[in-house]
Each structure stands twice: as structure tokens, then as C-alpha cells.
Write a protein that binds this ligand. Structure first.
Ligand code: PEP
Length: 248
């Protein structure tokens, strides 16, 4: 099954109106392959700016987070409807920084994923193990637990992209080797076969995230279950274009 190559850019809590505009200007002036789906996730205050500035038909805009309610007395939260109202089409859920720093549970992330999908957003669902969990040999158990929280309450995975992001590789310069990523992605897909069925599991794109840059991205080229990347730091730099083009 051919899965469309996908590159996400997570700007995290970085940037200003000026710098976000510059990043998007750079993407606008690039010749991007029409075969690659690209999603950029600026900080929430710049979602409308990113939507307005983006001129590339293959690029969509994503929120980095949403709440699991439509509206109401939830100070500081952002609803999927508001994200859609700004013209963004995607959201991330379960980024490790939200799991570890904000202490979001698997269940809360699953609820947010379900509600975002029901509201009409597509979701990049992030999963991955910490260094301690990796050392303990439980990488796939952790990924399975995080995925199961979602598959328990979401049966249609057609608008979910999974991002495998080992916590020890995020922002550290320590990318997983392409073979490591492939082995884990294969394990994730095999697990999804059991929980959401072979057909959906074969169609779900599984991205690798963790210190991907313009230089190492092509090294993942021949890895059958690496369907793209979720990129943090390098998505703020011109080399993001090289990552988008890394499968050509
Ligand atoms: C991320 O935050 O999703 C990420 C992968 O970060 P980095 O590329 O900077 O490691």
C-alpha cells in the first residue's frame, strides 16, 4: 500500500509574527514536490497568520494542542472549532512535552484526539518512550499503551497520522538510527493490525520524530514503515525544505 510521504513542522513555543512570517515566506518561495503532504504547527497565537501567509497548496496548518470541549469556562484552552475557525485543519495531540511537562495522561490525550476528530480536525498523534523506558526494553509496550488509549475510543483512524517520537531523541541531536526507527515503526504497525485491523493499519502513516534535519532525513529513505517526519527545531530553519524534499 502506497502511503503519501508526510512532513510535519512543530514550531513549539518559538517565534514572533516576524519570524513565523519569514519561515512561511521561505516555504512559499520554495519549489515543493506536489507528492509530499506538509503540515506546519506554529504557536496558537500565530495560527491565523500562518493560514493567511501560506500560499503553498500542499501545506496545511495545525494547532499544537486542543481541548476536549467545544466551548465554555475552560480558561486558556483552545477548542477544535476555534482552530478550524482560524482555517487550520490539523492538531497535534500527545506530544511528549505535553505528556511529561504538562502531565497529560494517555486517557486525556485519547479524549482530545477523539473530540478533535469528531469536530473535523485531522490529528497527528504523538507517541514514544523515555530513555528509562527504552533502557528497560519496553519501547513497544509504551507505544502500545499510548495507542490503545486511543483505539479503545476511536475506531476510524483515517484522519490520524501517528508520530513516533522517542523522548530521548527530541531536541537532543540524538536521532534514532533509521533501522531503529524502522524496527519500532514495524512494531507499531503490527500492533495496530491487532487493534484497528489490517486494512487501517496498512494505511496509517507513521512518522519518525526526534532530531531530524536536512542531513539525516535522506538516510530514512528506504525504510518501508517510515512514512515521513515530525520535525521540531529544523522546521524553524531553511533546511525544513530539504527535509520535505528528502524522498525525491
Ligand atoms: C518535536 O518536538 O516534535 C521534535 C521532533 O523535535 P526535534 O526535531 O527538535 O527533535
Amino acid at each position: 500500500m502506497a502511503r503519501q510521504f508526510f512532513v510535519g513542522g512543530n514550531f513549539k513555543m518559538n517565534g514572533t509574527k516576524d519570524s513565523v512570517t519569514k519561515i512561511i515566506d521561505n516555504l512559499n518561495s520554495a519549489e515543493l514536490p506536489t507528492s509530499v503532504e506538509v503540515v506546519i504547527a506554529p504557536p496558537a497565537p500565530y495560527l491565523a497568520l500562518a493560514v493567511a501567509e501560506n500560499k503553498q497548496p500542499t501545506i496545511a496548518v495545525s494547532s499544537q494542542n486542543v481541548f476536549d470541549k467545544a466551548s465554555g469556562a475552560y480558561t486558556g484552552e483552545i477548542s477544535p472549532a476555534q482552530v478550524l475557525d482560524l482555517g487550520a485543519k490539523w492538531t497535534l495531540t500527545g506530544h511528549s512535552e505535553r505528556r511529561t511537562i504538562i502531565k497529560e495522561s494517555d486517557e486525556f490525550i485519547a479524549d482530545k484526539t477523539k473530540f478533535a476528530l469528531e469536530s473535523g480536525l485531522s490529528v497527528i498523534l504523538c507517541i514514544g518512550e523515555t530513555l528509562e523506558e527504552r533502557k528497560a526494553g519496553i519501547t513497544l509496550d509504551v507505544c502500545a499503551r499510548q495507542l490503545d488509549a486511543v483505539s479503545k475510543i476511536v475506531s476510524d483512524w483515517s484522519n490520524i497520522v501517528v508520530a513516533y517520537e522517542p523522548v530521548w531523541a527530541i531536541g537532543t541531536g540524538l536521532a534514532a538510527t533509521p533501522q531503529d526507527a524502522q524496527d519500532t515503526h514495524k512494531g507499531i504497525r503490527d500492533h495496530l493490525v491487532k487493534t484497528i485491523g489490517a486494512e487501517q493499519a496498512a494505511a496509517v502513516r507513521i512518522l519518525y520524530g526526534g532530531s531530524v534535519n536536512g542531513k539525516n532525513a535522506p538516510e530514512f529513505k528506504d525504510k518501508a514503515d517510515v512514512d515521513g517526519f515530525l520535525v521540531g527545531g529544523a522546521s524553524l530553519k531553511p533546511e525544513f525544505v530539504d527535509i520535505i524534499k528528502s524522498r525525491l
